[in-house]
Design a protein around this ligand. Structure first.
Ligand SMILES: Cc1cc2nc3c(=O)[nH]c(=O)nc-3n(C[C@H](O)[C@H](O)[C@H](O)COP(=O)(O)O)c2cc1C
Length: 232
């Protein structure tokens, strides 16, 4: 399917036909998800395909019994980790080294700037210090205005994982199947089902299946682009 066909035909489908989705379809879409652009290429995502029947049942309940979750052939949980940046940075630096070495600028970025972005210290002490310093320097020149707290890091990570979600959903659409992204779920329960700790953030649950025409609740509704598009 052409890119624009996939974008234009994708809808959030809330009811699916009782038909399996071939594993190759899911795997191809997962590969597309992992190609999403991501902050500092630190690839903070963890994506779970829920295949155990018990976990699946519990996930439907955790998704507030939404029909999309209950009737989907597959359920996937897209999460982010706040702590894998150190591990992934080491892998990235090793890969760069093996491919002929990284320029000093890249090494400086990963060794100095990235920790400054992600580390906040005990009780966010470093985060507050960074905020004060950057706010003062920012009076005189442009500076980054965050992340200065764990909550701001979570926002950075959620942006990245949302892009992976979109790649995934478009790749599913391009293969003739449908999805429904969901934020209507209980994240505490989802984390418990998946055995995730406090370093994980549940960004989205995505239902996948063959669309039941009744699962499209109405024509695509978008507001006047003039409300949203600006040229300055
Ligand atoms: C982050 C996010 C969370 C969403 N959560 C839900 C949800 O919990 N349940 C649901 O039925 N749809 C959910 N949706 C789907 C939206 O309602 C849908 O994308 C929107 O109405 C536009 O329709 P379309 O996707 O068919 O173009 C969510 C979409 C996004 C992007």
């Amino acid at each position: 399917m052409d890119f624009f066909d996939a974008v234009e035909s994708r809808r959030s489908v809330r009811k699916y036909l009782p038909e399996p989705v071939p594993r190759e379809v899911i795997d191809r879409a997962l590969s597309a998800a992992l190609l999403a652009p991501n902050s500092s290429n630190l690839q903070p995502w963890e994506i779970f395909l829920v295949s155990s029947p018990e976990k699946r049942g519990a996930m439907v309940t955790a998704c507030l019994d939404q029909t999309a979750a209950a009737t989907a052939a597959e359920l996937l949980v897209f999460t982010a980790r706040t702590d894998t940046w150190r591990r992934n940075r080491a892998y990235l630096l090793k890969a760069l080294q093996e491919s002929g070495g990284a320029p000093d600028m890249i090494l400086k970025y990963y060794n100095e700037i990235v920790p400054l972005m992600y580390a906040h210290g005990w009780l966010n002490a470093l985060g507050w210090l960074k905020k004060i310093v950057f706010s003062i320097v920012g009076i005189f020149r442009p500076v980054p205005r965050g992340p200065f707290s764990n909550a701001e890091v979570k926002s950075v990570l959620s942006k990245t994982v949302a892009l992976a979600c979109q790649n995934f959903m478009l790749a599913i659409a391009a293969q003739g199947y449908a999805t429904c992204p969901m934020e209507g779920f209980d994240p505490c329960r989802v984390k418990k089902i998946l055995g995730l700790g406090r370093k994980s953030i549940v960004v989205m649950v995505i239902a996948v299946g063959r669309a039941n025409p009744e699962g499209i609740y109405g024509p695509r509704l978008r507001l006047d682009p003039e409300l949203f598009l600006f040229e300055v």
